[in-house]
Design a protein around this ligand. Structure first.
Ligand code: RB5
Length: 146
């Protein structure tokens, strides 16, 4: 996945982790677009989930990374968009399996529950794991709007 363009978004609760992840990705040479939020002021996560999904739908990015407090609200909002398969991961096992089985194109992390170190491990696993296809592709095709 080394050539992928990445779009990131967070709310206030995910802002600090988003900055860490963004710096880590840029240091690895990825092109990263940040749709906000750009402060720790309280805001609505839906705004940034929507902006990120629209960027992917418009072909401006290949993969998205969202961070909110729990990762749950962002996942719910992102998964309402056609073509988006967002997975909330707080461990490396889920990060691997959501690539292999679900071809997740948006990784969501809980800013309040993962450390920077764990987030780095999740990220590395997510990026290095390919989609398996086959029976998993048939299953994804049955998810509405995926
Ligand atoms: C914000 O307090 C929090 O509700 C939000 O970050 C997220 O966890 C929602 O699911």
């Amino acid at each position: 996945m080394e050539n992928k363009r990445i779009v990131m978004g967070s709310d206030h609760a995910g802002y600090n982790l988003k900055l860490k992840v963004k710096a880590h990705l840029e240091a690895r040479g990825f092109e990263v677009m940040d749709v906000g939020t750009h402060t720790t002021d309280s805001c609505n996560y839906t705004v940034y989930a929507d902006a990120l999904c629209k960027a992917i739908a418009a072909g401006e990015a290949d993969l998205g990374i969202l961070v909110c407090g729990t990762g749950i609200g962002m996942s719910m909002a992102a998964n309402k968009h056609a073509g988006i398969r967002a997975a909330c991961c707080s461990d490396t096992f889920s990060a691997r399996l959501t690539r292999e089985h679900n071809d997740a194109n948006v990784l969501v992390m809980p800013g309040r529950f993962v450390t920077n170190t764990v987030a780095d491990r999740i990220l590395k696993k997510y990026f290095k794991t390919p989609f398996e296809g086959g029976r998993h592709a048939r299953r994804i095709e049955k998810i509405p709007c995926c």
